[in-house]
Write a protein that binds this ligand. Structure first.
Ligand code: HEM
Length: 446
């Protein structure tokens, strides 16, 4: 680290932070991207939000993403900010670990994400999506179809089946309800274990999950099912490293959380873009039909070129995790600024994805920007970062891609999705991007 050049960090004080969040126009309050863009445009690539004891430092742009995510000098902790956010509900998840402990756990966790395992999860995804679309087909046209809650239910059911190997039924419904409590509690503002409060329900939910999964583990250790929990129970590195029962419980609960809202978010945003852009919808449908297969396997998914670009463009415009936090464990220099030890450093994929220095006409939906001839995402290694990067890069990104593509491949072959011409999806960007109105769509059987 050098201390030679130090520029003063532009600062936004507590009053200004409050003014911007409480008294700004309606849009800015809900539109995190507008707020971040304004900060960057007015004050530059490094801006401190000084809110009393906590100094939050926004670092903008792909160089910042690369510096922090690759973390070559081991300066940043993922554990510290994520513990503050979700530590009481999801302790010991992979994202809540740093350094050597994280490396050791990630090596074992990687095992149930290898290609042969993904291939088998894909088979189950195809069967479940096929059944669900048949049910949606019966409802289609009769009532307004709300895509977001429908995807939420589907991803929870898929988690029960693919992650835990549980048959759908009353247990799954109970599990899904409890799981919703857990996620709500991890986002709740009032974190007091008082009966009646969201947070208290979350703590009870966590205990329920621990008991429920704890009872499953002996069976899974003895069994050889294709689900992720069984694979995690058997996972062993070449050096003979394995997880204890408690480690499996913590990782499993965290995995379900990491997988669920992010995938639901992507499915919803992508459905919206396909409905808004019928030419792209048609193009993706033609490629799916040309495969001559109702289902989609892991080995075929890269052949759906248009769907691949549409998915990347969707993740560029609506990254499910709009910001990525870290805590600086020592002072460091970035772009001539010295950032103090202990600062909460915030990266903003959502902002980087809309910088006109890196993207042509960034506010336009234009999947072709990901084509080999344009390859805008290759202008910088860290300009497209919906899955983060470095040691903590999303472990489930291929799993997510498979799930989203299987869904879209089957959906496009059965239905046309439509929204009124003047409809604009109202997006809640934080903490996880989602449509505020549930995304009402028309599902028209083909
Ligand atoms: C489109 C869907 C998804 C998106 C956009 C996404 C995004 C991310 C991001 C940005 C991170 C890094 C956060 C950070 O560095 O602070 C992350 C980490 C992680 N994700 Fe995902 N995720 C998705 C789906 C999934 C799925 C389906 C799974 C599991 C099946 C999963 C499992 C994980 C895990 C375990 C980590 C922590 C990795 C580590 O700390 O080493 N994610 N994800």
């Amino acid at each position: 680290m050098t201390h030679a050049s130090k520029k003063p960090i532009p600062k936004i004080g507590l009053l200004e932070v409050l003014r911007r969040t409480l008294f700004a126009g309606h849009n800015e309050r809900v539109d995190m991207l507008a707020g971040l863009s304004r900060m960057h445009d007015e004050q530059g690539p490094v801006v401190m939000q000084d809110v009393g004891i906590m100094k939050m430092i926004n670092l903008f742009g792909p160089d910042a993403n690369r510096h922090v995510l690759l973390d070559r000098e081991r300066t940043f902790s993922a554990r510290r900010p994520w513990m503050q956010i979700m530590g009481r509900i999801f302790p010991n998840g992979l994202l809540l670990q740093d350094g050597a402990v994280h490396k050791h756990h990630r090596k074992i966790m990687h095992i149930p994400f290898k290609r042969p395992a993904l291939r088998e999860y894909g088979d189950r995804m195809n069967d479940m999506i096929d059944e669900r679309l048949t049910a949606w087909g019966q409802a289609a046209g009769k009532t307004q179809f709300l895509a977001f809650p429908a995807y939420k239910e589907l991803t929870l059911d898929m988690a029960a089946s693919i992650f835990l190997g549980i048959d759908l039924g009353s247990t799954t419904r109970e599990l899904n309800r409890v799981f919703e409590d857990l996620v709500a509690a991890s986002m709740s503002r009032v974190r007091l274990p008082i009966p009646g409060l969201e947070f208290h329900r979350g703590l009870k939910g966590r205990q329920f999950m621990l008991d429920f999964l704890g009872d499953l583990i002996p069976k899974k250790r003895a069994g050889d099912g294709p689900d992720m929990l069984t694979r995690l129970c058997h996972a062993e590195t070449e050096e003979g490293e394995r997880f204890s029962d408690q480690e499996i419980l913590d990782h499993m609960i965290f995995l379900m959380m990491a997988a669920h809202d992010t995938t639901t978010s992507t499915l919803s945003s992508m459905t919206y873009e396909l409905a808004k852009n019928p030419a792209w919808q048609e193009r993706a449908r033609e490629e799916s039909l040309a495969l001559h297969s109702e289902g989609l396997g892991l080995d075929e998914m890269d052949r759906l070129e248009s769907l691949t670009w549409v998915m990347k463009e969707t993740l560029r415009r609506y990254p499910p995790l709009p910001i990525i936090p870290r805590v600086a464990t020592e002072a460091f220099e970035f772009d001539g600024y010295e950032i103090p030890e202990g600062a909460m450093v915030v990266l903003s994929p959502i902002h980087t994805h809309h910088m006109d220095a890196w993207w042509d006409d960034p506010w336009r939906f234009d999947p072709e920007r990901f084509s080999p001839s344009r390859a805008e995402d290759e202008r910088h290694s860290h300009s497209w970062v919906p899955f983060g990067g470095g040691a903590h890069m999303c472990l489930g990104f291929r799993f997510a891609e498979l799930q989203v593509k299987v869904m879209m491949h089957q959906l496009l072959q059965r239905f046309r999705v439509r929204v009124p011409d003047d409809y604009v999806m109202p997006v809640q960007q934080a903490p996880i991007s989602k449509p505020r109105d549930g995304l009402p769509i028309e599902l028209l059987p083909l």
